[in-house]
Design a binder for this molecule. Structure first.
Ligand SMILES: [Zn+2]
Length: 278
């Protein structure tokens, strides 16, 4: 993750459907100067309010990561953030004309392809990769306990234990040292998990993507209801979400181990780590 800071070669624009608001949203990715970080702006609101993607600017962690302020938010930022993190895009303005980013196929491939098509450009200043200096843990004590643990280490190594009583998914474990290549091949294509009954409920609410089997790994009572991209696709997607959420801190180095954790613990860990990264 070392080297010089990067941004996109050119500004790019695309559209896609968002899951929760059900709308077609337009996104602009706009190159930015060194030391900007990742900014999010609502292009449909007066004055185009803008915020940096930081732990302090998160307003919701239920189901997805949302940043925002009084009266506005942008949710489901984690899959784009994972692509920016792994592909080492340091400086970027993300404009969205709605309250949510497009879902694509439920993985990070949608955003990864757009970024790779646009291409990256090296900027004049070295990237500052901050290091985890001492162990930090956050725990959700609801049964069964969930944990997220950060340790010092070289590179960025992410491990995740997914546990489930569901006979279709079973337990899954994965561990990756994150590089752009590993991300493109092993992580970006992994889709989010959805239970068939949830998709049905969305469809009944009249949401555009409801009932759509192309936006997730769909788990039925006795089997997966669509073809898997990886045997352990669910845990790979959990690593994808973790990678995206951690990018609220900018580039970091160390080892992170999650057990049943999700966006809520990711944010708690990021808030704790922010004070001790060097
Ligand atoms: Zn996700």
């Amino acid at each position: 993750m070392k080297g010089f800071q990067q941004t996109l070669k050119n500004r790019i624009s695309f559209n896609g459907q968002a899951l929760h608001c059900g709308k077609d949203v337009a996104v602009n990715l706009i190159p930015q100067p060194v030391d900007t970080g990742v900014l999010f702006a609502r292009s449909d609101l007066p004055g185009k309010p803008v915020l940096k993607a930081t732990p302090a600017n998160v307003v919701d962690t239920l189901r997805s990561m949302a940043i925002g302020a009084d009266g506005w938010r942008i949710q489901t930022i984690e899959h784009l953030m994972a692509a920016l993190h792994a592909l080492q895009v340091d400086n970027l303005l993300v404009e969205v004309d709605g309250p949510e980013l497009p879902l694509g196929d439920g993985s990070a491939q949608f955003f990864m392809k757009k970024i790779l098509e646009a291409g990256l450009v090296t900027q004049e200043k070295p990237r500052k990769v901050r290091k985890i200096t001492a162990p930090v843990a956050v725990i959700d004590e609801r049964e069964p306990h969930s944990y997220l643990i950060a340790l010092p280490g070289k590179g960025l190594r992410l491990s995740y234990y997914f546990t489930s009583d569901h006979k279709v998914t079973g337990n899954q474990f994965a561990q990756y040292v994150i590089t752009p290549e590993v991300f493109q091949k092993e992580i970006a294509p992994a889709r989010t998990i959805a239970f068939y009954r949830e998709l049905e409920a969305l469809r009944k609410q009249g949401l555009a993507l409801g009932g759509n089997m192309d936006i997730a790994v769909v788990v039925g009572e006795d089997s997966y209801l669509n073809p898997l991209r990886f045997e352990d696709e669910i845990v790979r997607h959990k690593i994808l979400d973790l990678l995206g959420d951690l990018y609220l801190l900018g580039p970091i180095e160390g080892e992170i181990i999650g057990l049943r954790s999700g966006h809520k613990l990711d944010l708690e860990l990021a808030l704790k780590l922010e004070n001790q990264l060097v």
